[in-house]
Design a protein around this ligand. Structure first.
Ligand code: NDP
Length: 301
């Protein structure tokens, strides 16, 4: 099987390079492409030509416009990357009868209530990033191509630009921090997303009917404040010199931290469908965060 991976250097893309390698011939591209091959999601013509030349049986799109606040200013670019490009990928996948794997977000929901969102719940994005990702999902679903769409949340990787990395830095630099405590979700590791993706692709090879939309997040739930406190406790326990002790992390409401893009308060995603269909048990979020912290500590030695 030939697999085309787009966005190979993002948090999820990097882990997919590892997780997809045993499945077949993997052609992994970043936005700069390789030779004649185009991996730039702002260039649908180039993407189409690349897919027609390679004829992959699986296309995995880990590239996205992920700057949530900047998307409020850069509507057109976010739409081009998160909605128009997936539409082009889906059309090409349909023509080839290839499987398209794509990622979406908890930000497609409006964050109301406190029940975990189901795949069948009606989305209502609060910001342009969420709207552009929802449009991407819908283009794929309407194209009629074989697909897997995984909605995930609060993604981190040991080496990525993310909340975990920012907190670890701020905790070394500051004695006290303020962190939002009324947005609830699940920090989800890029490793987990990549491993589940590889597992699902393999299972679809035996049973095509398993395609569709799935929620994919780590087990349990927390707030950004709970997440930050866990990071501080873990670093303290490892004797890493941080100035911010867990007691000095003050919980604040979202309203005290105005940002250009509104964020949902309830980002809980229900993963029962994914676990049932693919026979998986999703590990608790603290397990993956502890691993990523251990990797960061080891690599700073
Ligand atoms: P990253 O921001 O880590 O990676 C995104 C990648 O997309 C980067 O490598 C970036 O390249 C690439 N990219 C951006 N623009 C283009 C372009 N025009 N052409 C080609 N590549 C481009 O994202 P994640 O790995 O965290 O996200 C993976 C998926 O998960 C995305 O679909 C995202 O929407 C979704 N998601 C992410 C969440 C998060 O918290 N990060 C939460 C929920 C869902 P470059 O580095 O060169 O800019």
């Amino acid at each position: 099987m030939t697999i085309l991976l787009l966005g190979k250097n993002g948090q999820v893309g990097w882990e997919l390079q590892r997780a997809l390698a045993p499945l077949g011939e993997l052609i992994a591209l970043d936005r700069h492409g390789r030779g004649e091959l185009c991996g730039d999601l702002t260039n649908p013509r180039g993407l189409r030509a690349t897919i027609r030349a390679l004829k992959p049986s699986v296309i995995v799109n880990a590239a996205a416009y992920t700057a949530v606040d900047r998307a409020e200013e850069e509507h057109e670019l976010a739409t081009r990357i998160n909605a128009d490009a997936p539409a082009a990928l889906a059309e090409e996948a349909r023509a080839l009868d290839a499987l398209l794997v794509h990622y979406s977000t908890d930000y497609v929901f409006d964050g109301s209530g406190d029940a975990p969102w189901l795949e069948t719940d009606i989305p209502g994005p609060l910001n342009h990033y969420g709207a552009s990702k929802l449009a991407g999902e819908r283009h794929i679903q309407n194209s009629g191509c074989r697909h897997l769409i995984f909605r995930t949340s609060w993604v981190y990787a040991a080496n990525g630009k993310n909340f975990l990395a920012t907190m670890a830095r701020l905790m070394r630099e500051h004695e006290a921090l303020q962190v939002i405590d009324d947005q609830v979700g699940a920090p989800t590791g890029a490793e987990l997303i990549a491993d589940v993706t590889a597992h699902a692709i393999r299972q679809l090879g035996h049973n095509e009917s398993l395609g569709g939309l799935y929620h994919l997040v780590a087990g349990g739930e927390t707030s950004w404040h709970g997440y930050a406190s866990f990071i501080a406790e873990s670093l303290q326990a490892q004797d890493i010199g941080i100035q911010t002790t867990p007691e000095r992390i003050k919980p604040i409401p979202t309203s005290a931290w105005p940002a250009p893009a509104a964020r949902p308060l309830n980002s809980r995603l229900d993963t029962a469908k994914l676990e049932r269909v693919f026979g998986l048990t999703l590990p608790h979020w603290q397990q993956g965060v502890a691993r990523a912290l251990a990797e960061r500590i080891a690599s700073s030695l």
